[in-house]
Ligand binder design. Structure first.
Ligand code: NOJ
Length: 562
């Protein structure tokens, strides 16, 4: 029997950019509530809310200063309760983002911890002395660039931060820290949330010894990820977390697990695993080297993408479950990410939608993906807000790239590509706000927007709605097995989902050329195509088809005779 969240479609909301109701240019909780009917019409069963807690916004909410509060810029706890209640009326659950690897440097725990070496919270964070020559304890580079260590004058020590210096890492070895975090999570369970997305969870366990690593660039530093991600012993913490918080609740949990490979998934999400699902990044990370440095991108082909997707499908086929996603608030827009330059973004969006909604697993749609929203490419680095964009730009300059070259990497990879305001209609500021928005609106909002697309049966949004309904009505897509077909094709990603003698086949042409389907496809019933006049065995460039084949099994023959 599948659980509710295995059949649901999850929609990710980036609150700052979703809907402003107060004319501040920044989205808010009431804005999300006001759009619940839109989400319902899309077939959404759960909304993952990026952090809405009090924060200094150095990393847009991922630097939290109070785990059980609401950021006044987003509204009040009453607004939040109302969101839960209104969502509930529509059969939609609200899923919170737990950011437990680090807090904000304004969190009262850190303010206390930094005061001296003897206060009650002195070892709630990760403190180390300088090397004998006074330099940083190790050569680890934070994920946003610069040293992962920051000097604290009061204690005369360094503290560790995997991300920005304003995001000090918590010391999970301390049981009081873990207790405080579990209490915070339970607070939200008591409010009736439907689950958790757990941020940066692979970094919570640190190695027993802190050693320098082999530098991965001219700077002499190494990405901390390569030194601390998925350290042995981490699963003990997570088993406790599960026992103390998740067990016994009808919720789902999805861990953000950069550093866990497909073959390790069973330990994390199997019957004895710690989460229900894990975000595994091998498919979205294809253009990145292992240090995730933007200025040294890696070439990849559709075969690599197919391989990455099939690997995570196989890893969870008999054990566990997986989320299916192509976008989130840290990724470029998928229509730019996975297709050749010059691809028609609306067609590309439909191709990915067909894959997203027919693979095995829970589909996650990131806001605006259902409209085919695309990347921006602002000429000036100062227009960008994202802290990692700034870090990567500075790193590229350091490596000797020109500002123009460095901007090309920014245009391709920047997280702000996904963070521009939601495009609701073609009025000023795209219907997102009555004021100038905190981040510029993508200029294509005049044509790419929810209202226009709602009126066009051929739009990306209409295609998403059709696919969502199709998914609801075809159990093969939730409960069926997965098998990749046409594995050698360089243009088409095709797979089947099989249940009780019925086989649903998805074929998605990712290329800008026509592609030939194998002869046997001629016998299948064409159920859906992203092109209105699809027929025969030749697929148009950027076309997606969904087909059906009945397989004559002994039981189906018996059934037809009876
Ligand atoms: C992963 C989040 O998705 C990202 O937005 C954030 O910057 C880091 N974790 C740090 O919390």
């Amino acid at each position: 029997m599948l659980k509710w969240w295995q059949k649901a479609i999850v929609y990710q909301v980036y609150p700052k950019s979703f809907q402003d109701t107060t004319g501040t240019g920044t989205g808010d909780i009431k804005g999300i509530t006001s759009r619940l009917d839109y989400l319902k019409a899309l077939g959404v069963g759960a909304v993952w809310l990026c952090p809405v807690y009090p924060s200094s916004n150095v990393d847009n909410g991922y630097d939290i200063s109070d785990y059980t509060g609401i950021n006044p810029a987003f509204g009040t706890m009453k607004d939040f309760d109302e969101l839960i209640a209104e969502a509930d009326k529509r059969g939609i659950k609200i899923v919170m983002d737990l950011v437990f690897n680090h807090t904000s440097d304004r969190h009262e725990w850190f303010l206390q911890s930094k005061q001296d070496r003897t206060n009650p919270k002195a070892d709630w964070y990760i403190w180390r002395d300088a090397k004998p020559d006074g330099s940083v304890p190790t050569n680890w580079r934070g994920i946003f660039g610069g040293s992962a260590w920051e000097w604290c004058r009061e204690r005369g020590q360094y503290y560790l931060h995997t991300f920005a210096k304003e995001q000090p890492d918590l010391n999970w070895e301390n049981p009081d820290v873990r207790r405080a975090l579990y209490d915070a999570a339970n607070f939200w369970l008591d409010k009736g949330v439907g689950g958790f997305r757990i941020d940066a969870i692979t970094y919570i366990k640190k190695p027993s010894e802190f050693l320098d690593g082999k530098p991965d660039g001219k700077e002499g530093t190494i990405n901390i990820h390569l030194m601390t991600a998925n350290t042995p012993g981490i699963l003990d913490f997570l088993r406790e977390f599960r026992r103390e918080v998740f067990d016994g609740h009808d919720i789902f949990t999805v861990g953000e697990a950069n550093g866990v490979s497909a073959d390790e998934l069973p330990d994390w999400v199997g019957a004895n695993g710690v989460f229900n699902m894990l975000f595994e990044f091998s498919h979205v990370d294809l253009p990145l080297n292992e240090s995730e440095i933007w200025c040294y991108p890696v070439k990849w082909t559709l075969r690599d993408l197919k391989h990455a997707l099939s690997s995570s499908q196989h890893a969870t086929a008999r054990n566990g479950w997986c989320p299916v996603f192509f976008e989130n608030h840290d990724q470029p827009r998928s229509v730019n990410h996975f297709f050749p330059e010059g691809a028609d973004t609306q067609k590309a969006a439909k191709v990915l939608a067909a894959v997203l909604l027919t693979l095995r697993g829970t589909p996650f749609i990131y806001q605006g993906q259902e409209l085919g929203m695309s990347n921006v490419s602002w000429p000036d680095i100062n227009t960008y807000d994202d802290i990692s964009t700034k870090g990567q730009y500075a790193f590229a300059l350091n490596e000797g790239f020109s500002p123009e070259e460095a901007m090309k990497f920014v245009h391709y990879f920047s997280r702000d590509n996904a963070r521009t305001p939601m495009q609701w209609d073609n009025s000023p500021n795209a219907g997102f706000s009555t004021a100038r928005s905190w981040l510029p609106v993508n200029e294509n909002y005049i044509t790419v927007n929810a209202r226009t697309e709602e009126q066009n049966p051929d739009s990306v949004l209409s295609w998403y709605r059709r696919l969502a309904e199709f998914r609801r009505n075809h159990e093969e897509l939730t409960a069926g097995d997965y098998r990749e077909i046409m594995t050698d094709s360089e243009e088409v990603f095709a797979f089947e989902r099989m249940l009780d003698g019925r086989r649903i086949i998805t074929a998605a042409n990712f290329s800008l050329e026509s592609a030939m389907l194998p002869e046997e496809f001629a016998e299948y019933d064409l159920l859906l195509s992203s092109e209105s006049d699809a027929e025969g065995l030749v697929m148009r460039p950027l076309e997606a088809r969904i087909m059906l084949q009945y397989i004559k099994t002994i039981s189906s023959i018996k059934e037809s005779l009876s």
